[in-house]
Design a protein around this ligand. Sequence first.
Ligand code: CU
Ligand code: CU
Length: 411
Amino acid sequence: MDDRDPPRLSTLLGQLESGTTARDDDNGDRPALVLAWGVQDATSRRVFLTRASALSLAIPGLGAALAACSDGANGGRVDSARATSEGPAAGAAPEPPQGIHNSDSRLDSAVVKGEHHVGTSATGSATQGAASAQFHRYAPELPPLATGTQRLHWHARETPIRIDATTVVAAWTFEGDVPGPIVHTRVGDTVEFTLTNDADIPHSMDFHAAQIDPKTAFRSVAKGQSVSFTFKPKWAGAFMYHCGTAPVLMHIGSGMYGAIIVSPREPLPTAKEFVIVQSEFYLSDAANGVRAFDYQKMLTTLPDFVSFNGRPDQYIKEPIHVKLGDRVRFWLVNAGPTHPCNFHVVGEQFDTVYLGAPPATAMRGVQTWDVPPGGGMCFELLCDVAGEFPFVNHGFGHGQKGAIGILIVDG
Ligand code: CU
Ligand code: CU
């Protein structure tokens, strides 16, 4: 089997029936990545179906047959191919897989349909019009604080996005961009959020700034459907948001992430404030002028690009400008999906790095600090020297792949 092929259904089913899983073999990060198996030792058909259903969440393309199989067990449709070999599991309703946050499994397992884009993001709408996709610099400025209740109604959309002069990617997005819009709110203020899914594939929203039952609020919705929830951030900081539909790696890896910045109620010192979202791009070769996000490549954890705000090197080409004497505050979110961001400004030192919620737990005089995937932190520096200061992921294998920019301090 070619490395880039998804695992065969028959192989995976064989593993399940024999009681072994992909975690037991030498490529342990494959199918079970986002899952916690509910039961380890049972061999009944019911448990088999539960496991198979759970497994389908992790493997694009595998879902349809297994979901249909589950339907059969529930007295609904029966997948003909499975029915001939296994037969419908009469009277054996599969339990929902345990340990999965987001999950109407039937929706999740519909992740990718059709042969042309199995295991990649290359859906019809994600590729349509790729040739005419225009580059735009992602504005890094923190938007003004929206005090009081903030109502957001976003759409999950698939669309081609130009990330540099030669590369257009088939993206899954919030509001048509990667990253999605920057949200700026304040501790204790209300965010009323609605996501409507315009895409063929189910999607969802997971705000790390919310404390809320994820099973309900972060559930997946099918095309044309919406999910709404309300939350009040309890802590200040830079928080990630992302689609949590399984396999989460595929949905984050295909562009569905962004930053929500929660300011403390007592304002921080006046500063020029910027938002940086680091993320990795794992791309297939170009086809019809567009490069798809590639699930198998995501599993290799060797990205083609690592970017700040969705475009490699964009702030090298068009730097960020501030003035001598400014305090600069970077709200940094690391969307991953896999690697840390070791944030450093060449020729400068961070006056303050807030280890937790600002203004508490301030560390002074820091050269480099790492933000884990799924994490966010607040970095401040005093621009008391004029010049051009590269801000980088000091893990230079990734800085070199695009996680780098320039801060120009105009004298
Ligand atoms: Cu999604
Ligand atoms: Cu998360």
